[in-house]
Design a protein around this ligand. Sequence first.
Ligand code: MG
Length: 272
Amino acid sequence: MKLCSFHLPLAPAKDDSAEKLGVGFPLSHGILRGETVHEIAGDLLGTRTETGRVWPLSHVRLASPVVPSKIVCIGRNYPEHAAELGNAVPQEPLIFLKPPTSVIGPEEAIHLPSISEHVDFEGELAVVIGRRCFHPNEDIRAFIAGYTCLNDVTARDLQKRDVAQFTRAKCFDTFCPIGPVIETEFDLAAARIETRVNGQIRQQGHPAEMLFSVDVIIRWVTQVMTLIPGDVIALGTPPGVGALRAGDLVEVEVTGIGVLRNSVLPALDTPV
Ligand code: MG
């Protein structure tokens, strides 16, 4: 099942009812079935019921499917990616955070910060937490709502300048596209992760290449912090990371989930 969050129609329809225009409508949640979005009431990650209202996908604007309290990222979880940046393979999961303010949805723009001259894409598979989790002693799958795509956008020059501190490089507004949906019946074994820039394939990977499994990672993270529903763990990026430039279109696709597509624009503080 593909869970999504969306804003109601922005484009005017022939019928100018408020519902068709989506004026003043808050964020809605739904289930994506093929090319239609079925609205739900209740909790997207918990008890939910369908309202019976349905829209064509082309008439809504998808948002990030979650509003996480935190995004935990795993660094260097693919050996070939560690090697391409000249890093050793970590002996234990390397974790860092991105703030909720870095999150954007599908089709929103990543803004290149004016204080960086080298911003990289990092296409990643991400796991979405569905149940409060701290020192779990049961099957970890009970805490997983599903999986989504995530782009761990990184100001690589600032990351190098700040040595072991990732905060500045990873935390700019718009540096965490998430979506387009949360797949609740995700087949980890069959999945492939692919990142494209302007249609050209730049990254390809398979979760089987991950150094640390989802099970190990969730147990590791929850030794430190409580994960709550909607929290996201980005599972690391395959090799092939590279720079983004204003005007680029970057796509992260994971088999069975869909395509997370974002444009790249100049800094938010750039005069236009
Ligand atoms: Mg990353």
